[in-house]
Design a protein around this ligand. Structure first.
Ligand code: SAM
Length: 224
């Protein structure tokens, strides 16, 4: 295929450097995984109107998915510590209007900032949270997610006690060296927490870079 317009590769990389410099916190992993994640979100969120993101970090996912999925509102959230940087990044990245003003959400908060939500997305958070916080994550999701709503979680997992790659085993050791509470979670243990909240696993995709994309759906009737 021949391009109609010549591409100035130096200009592209100059723009990219400027773009990353304007940001307070940039994640190369987000740049790498956003397209494969989007391909799945496009399908599973077809006809959906709202997503709450937990642990938005740099805001790169919020902006990319917000731009590519204009039919829905994307609600980014961050901890009190990270919210100012997230807000600045959303401005630097020219977040579209369907990406809402970020809210403070720490899974340890007794009250989460919304009463209910149609769908929830979270990337690369469960191995950063302590296990007690992972339990709070699922309790919070259970309190918020509407019947038939989706919980979409991206990140590395172990299956039956096995890492999906040597690099994930090394990553797990590195995480624990940073903080003993962190670590790659066992899919089975996480799935049990999800099931306790009336969530049923619908899809489990093996993604590039040895990550998984797990999608649960809330049952139609919620037992309170
Ligand atoms: C590895 S970063 C992932 C950020 C982003 N989702 C991504 O994919 O690049 C982990 C995120 O979890 C957030 N986080 C840490 N502790 C949290 C907590 N207690 N409640 C909610 N989010 C938390 C961090 O602030 C950070 O944004």
């Amino acid at each position: 295929m021949k391009w109609l317009f010549p591409i100035d590769r130096h200009a592209i990389s100059r723009d990219f450097i400027q773009f990353t410099k304007r940001m307070k916190y940039f994640s190369q992993a987000c740049e790498n995984n956003k397209q494969p994640i989007l391909e799945i979100l496009k399908r599973v969120l077809k006809g959906c109107h709202q997503v709450l993101e937990i642990g938005s970090g740099s805001g790169q996912h919020a902006v990319y998915f917000g731009k590519q999925l204009p039919h829905l509102t994307w609600q980014p959230t961050e901890t009190l510590e990270g919210i100012a940087i997230l807000k600045e990044n959303l401005v630097s990245l020219s977040a579209p209007s369907n990406v809402l003003t970020p809210l403070v959400l720490d899974v340890n908060q007794p009250l989460w900032p919304l009463d209910s939500v149609a769908n929830i997305f979270s990337a690369n958070t469960l191995h950063i949270l302590a296990w007690e916080e992972v339990e709070l994550f699922f309790k919070g999701v259970g309190a918020l997610l509407k019947p038939k709503g989706l919980l979409c979680v991206y990140g590395p997992f172990r299956y039956q006690g096995n890492y999906t790659s040597l690099s994930n085993a090394e990553f797990d050791s590195w995480l624990k060296a940073q903080d003993v509470e962190r670590g790659i979670r066992d899919f089975e243990a996480v799935n049990t927490l999800a099931e306790e909240q009336g969530l049923e696993l619908k899809e489990d995709y093996a993604m590039p870079a040895n990550n998984q994309f797990l999608i649960w759906q809330r049952s139609e009737k919620i037992n309170s």
